[in-house]
Ligand binder design. Structure first.
Ligand SMILES: N[C@@H](CCOP(=O)(O)O)C(=O)O
Length: 503
């Protein structure tokens, strides 16, 4: 049971090697072939807590990890860093269910993966390893990655985000993260430029040699790293089991999951859950006005030759959805040569079109749609007025698309993934509720609290009094140099990193 690359089936890696390396040598993503050969027995997990469910999923998908070490890693990740003991609680809202993924230390779903990835990374590292973890972020991954990897021995973490492309709260989160091994750079560009530059550096042998001179190698904190993605598979099982345990559904009854989508990682984790036997009828991928994914799911044509739009859901302002590549691998019958050809087309022309059999196989599992900023605002206001539930703009994209999909007549029970706390985007939420929009984001947070009665998460409330580190905006072309400098600084005195105490 070995991982291979989406672009070269000759590649074989253990899951530990795949996690440590982040991305395959030739630029492909690591995938586990024959996914449907592995099954999770749901009836064995009825009444199980989150950590137990996580153990079953991780032991299945990461088989070369020692079972006791995995159990400990899961415990360290989830024992005390989430404000709800269910980690990802499910709530009934109106006639659907919301899976709340924002109870971690940075109030976004990325925490679920990024509290566990550092633990897995530590297990995968050899004593002499020094790893610089890279993250490109449109807001949420960066903060969660900084929080997860700060002061983790043998690692540094460097984050790149689009200047003026994240919410002020997200920026404040990143620029106030402490940790001797953390570095944050705004770039004069968008998320796709940051992610493309990061991916290019992974396959740049000259750059690797320069890092090697510092005895440092690279890995990734984005969902391109399979070790970030697999922890997210767990919450699909946890959600389903909560529904069964509360008698909202019968064991075996199918459900739909609607997932706000940017880099396609979160919804792909749902596909993994389905492959492992979770009764999912449809995965509904919800895009904002950057609707490449929605159009692709409709037509089989992926085309990023269109303007990049800044929306009220900035974490999903993404035109190149990296994890789609993994889906293409599975849905093409694990044809890595075919995937490599499509990715070449994408790099060269910004476009590709899949075969009709591949599109049909994708459409059997996925539906798609998109929501404009106006639809997002309407959704926030409607669900607040109707159901008393306050959604962040990304979750509201999901709600809007879920409703469009339900209008087609599918009556399968629906779970909407709530990806972030509304307090990370107080301005957009305030405007949507038609409340006065004056003052900074922290005063808007307080106003929202007074109106909604919803507690502000402690990690966000305390940001108000914190002084951010100065911003040094760099060009995307300067990212390599920034990483090299960061590696030199972070690892110049190994004792600083090795003696770090993350927990
Ligand atoms: N939406 C992300 C961007 C990257 O996605 P990831 O799941 O691959 O980390 C963000 O908010 O940073």
């Amino acid at each position: 049971m070995r991982y291979t690359s989406t672009r070269d089936q000759r590649v074989t890696k253990t899951s530990q090697q795949a996690i440590k390396q982040g991305i395959s040598e030739e630029g492909g993503l690591f995938v586990l072939p024959h996914l449907t050969d592995y099954r999770i027995a749901l009836q064995d997990l009825l009444g199980a807590d989150y950590e137990t469910i996580a153990q079953h999923v991780l032991m299945t998908l990461l088989p070369d990890f020692n079972t006791a070490s995995l159990k400990k890693a899961i415990h360290l990740a989830y024992r005390q860093n989430f404000s709800d003991k269910r980690i990802t609680p499910i709530r009934k809202v109106g006639d659907f269910h919301v899976l709340e993924l924002f109870h971690g230390p940075t109030s976004a779903f990325k925490d679920v993966g990024l509290q566990l990835l550092p633990q897995l990374m530590r297990l995968a590292l050899d004593l002499e390893d020094r790893i610089m973890i890279l993250a490109a972020t449109s807001g949420d991954t960066g903060t969660a990655a900084l929080q997860g990897f700060k002061n983790v021995p043998q690692t540094g973490i460097t984050v790149f985000y689009p200047d003026h492309g994240v919410s002020p709260i997200q920026e404040q989160q990143m620029l106030t993260t402490t940790g001797k091994n953390t570095r944050v750079f705004p770039i004069a560009g968008n998320f796709d430029q940051a992610q493309s530059a990061v991916k290019a550096l992974f396959t740049d042998t000259g750059f690797a040699a320069r890092l090697q001179a510092e005895q440092v190698t690279l890995s990734a904190a984005n969902s391109i790293n399979i070790g970030r993605l697999i922890p997210q598979v767990v919450y699909y099982f946890a959600a389903y089991l909560q529904l069964v345990n509360s008698h909202a559904i019968q064991l075996g009854e199918p459900v739909n999951f609607t997932v706000p989508t940017g880099n396609f990682g979160d919804v792909l984790a749902g596909f993994y859950a389905k492959a492992l036997g979770l009764p999912i009828h449809k995965l509904i991928a919800a895009a904002n006005a950057n609707r490449e994914i929605a159009d692709f799911l409709d037509t089989g044509i992926y085309d990023r030759n269109r303007p990049f739009l800044k929306t009220v859901a900035p974490s999903m302002d993404i035109q190149i959805s990296s994890n789609l590549e993994r889906l293409l691998y599975y849905k093409s019958g694990e044809d890595s040569a075919y995937v490599a050809m499509l990715m070449k087309d994408l790099a060269k022309t910004g476009r590709y079109q899949v075969r009709s059999d591949v599109l049909a196989a994708i459409q059997a599992d996925f539906a798609g749609g998109f929501a404009t900023d106006e639809q997002v605002a309407e959704a926030i206001a409607k669900v607040w007025q109707q159901d008393g539930y306050l959604m962040d703009p990304h979750t509201a994209v999901g709600y809007s698309v879920m409703q469009q999909y339900r209008a087609t007549g599918d009556t399968t029970p629906n779970v909407l993934l709530a990806t972030a706390s509304p307090y990370k985007f107080p301005r957009a939420v305030t405007k949507a509720l038609d409340l006065p929009v004056s003052g900074d984001d922290f005063s808007l947070m307080k106003q929202l609290q007074q109106v909604s009665g919803l507690a502000i998460p402690a990690n966000l409330a305390r940001l108000a009094g914190m002084t951010p580190q100065p911003k040094h905006v760099i060009a995307p072309a300067a990212m390599g140099t920034a990483i090299l400098d960061a590696a030199k600084e972070v690892f110049d005195d190994d004792s600083r990193v090795r003696s770090g105490n993350n927990r």
